[in-house]
Design a protein around this ligand. Structure first.
Ligand SMILES: N#Cc1ccc(Nc2nc(N)cc(-n3cnc(CCO)c3)n2)cc1
Length: 289
């Protein structure tokens, strides 16, 4: 249930890199509407031919995206089906958040307030999906796109868009799941079909940690055996400086899914964090101001 897009309406642009099973390109979609022709910047996500066995799940993720619309969800224009399956998405100006955060790390121009604003928008979006009984299943800064940078001098906030979940973890091999530790919840590594709503809360916790750690999680570059051991020993990620935030992250990353907070509770906690003067202290101590 999505818009079928005719390949001749797409003009292919530069390669922008790749996702786990996809190649990413910039593009332009040209439509003719009663003699008026207009062009739209689009993002083309092509499923790698080596993963054609994931095609059904790739299309399933697209159809979920086309069923719902929300200001913080990437808009799906439709799909081009043919030799390749191509997802035609809105082109989000500033690209993936993980790359943006890594670039800023040197300049460290982004404040605790900026990061909390991103965290809040993500929590609102996941709360919206929860209310629609939709499990994203792949929350990480790689799948968060930045459409507006915001400007701390004028106080204008950043604006994010959560991308499609891509191939579902329920069809992935144990190796692929292990590779996604610590974003994929422990229950999903044990049994992928046990993906529950609360699994998004675990991933949200890991994503929050990533946002406050310059867009990376050291654990994620370790060998698969070390990653598996991390879950077997029920370890937590290193505690961040900001104690209240660190506590929230550890609540989200509870090894027992049903002890994790709801996104409504998470939003309340984030709102309290923003008003506390702790944020100013953190900025002062990290010189983020
Ligand atoms: N330089 C640069 C630059 C790169 C990309 C964009 N825009 C954009 N828009 C989207 N809808 C999706 C993605 N995207 C990129 N990589 C993935 C897969 C991993 O998430 C998804 N990028 C804008 C600027």
């Amino acid at each position: 249930t999505f818009q079928n897009i005719r390949p001749e309406t797409i003009i292919w642009g530069e390669s922008l890199g790749q996702g786990s099973f996809t190649k990413i390109f910039r593009g332009i979609k040209r439509d003719i509407d009663n003699e008026e022709s207009y062009e739209t910047d689009v993002l083309l996500k092509v499923l790698d031919i080596t993963y054609r066995n994931f095609n059904e799940s790739f299309l399933e993720a697209a159809s979920v995206m086309s069923l719902i619309s929300h200001k913080h969800l990437v808009l799906l224009h439709g799909i081009c089906v043919g030799t390749d399956s191509i997802m035609v998405q809105e082109y989000v100006k500033l690209g993936p958040l993980d790359i943006y955060l890594k670039k800023q790390k040197d300049g460290s121009r982004i404040t605790a307030r900026w990061k909390l604003e991103v965290a809040k928008q993500l929590a609102y979006t996941l709360s919206f999906l929860r209310d629609k009984n939709i499990i994203h299943g792949n929350v990480s800064t790689k799948n968060i796109l930045l459409s507006r940078e915001g400007d701390s001098s004028t106080g204008s906030p950043p604006f994010i868009k959560l991308s499609d979940s891509g191939v579902s973890i329920t069809v992935m091999t144990k190796e692929l799941l292990t590779d996604r530790i610590p974003w994929v919840a422990p229950e999903c590594v044990r049994d992928p079909r046990s993906l529950v709503q609360e699994s998004d809360c675990w991933s949200f916790g890991a994503t929050l940690w990533e946002i406050f750690n310059g867009g990376s999680i050291p654990l994620s570059v370790l060998e698969p055996t070390a990653k598996v051991k991390f879950y077997q020993d029920q370890l937590q990620l290193p505690i961040l400086k900001w104690t209240e935030l660190a506590n929230l992250i550890n609540c989200c990353m509870n090894y027992r899914p049903f002890l994790r907070p709801s996104f409504r509770a998470i939003i309340r906690d984030l709102n309290n964090l923003i008003t506390s003067d702790y944020e100013l202290l953190v900025d002062l101590s990290t010189g983020d101001l």
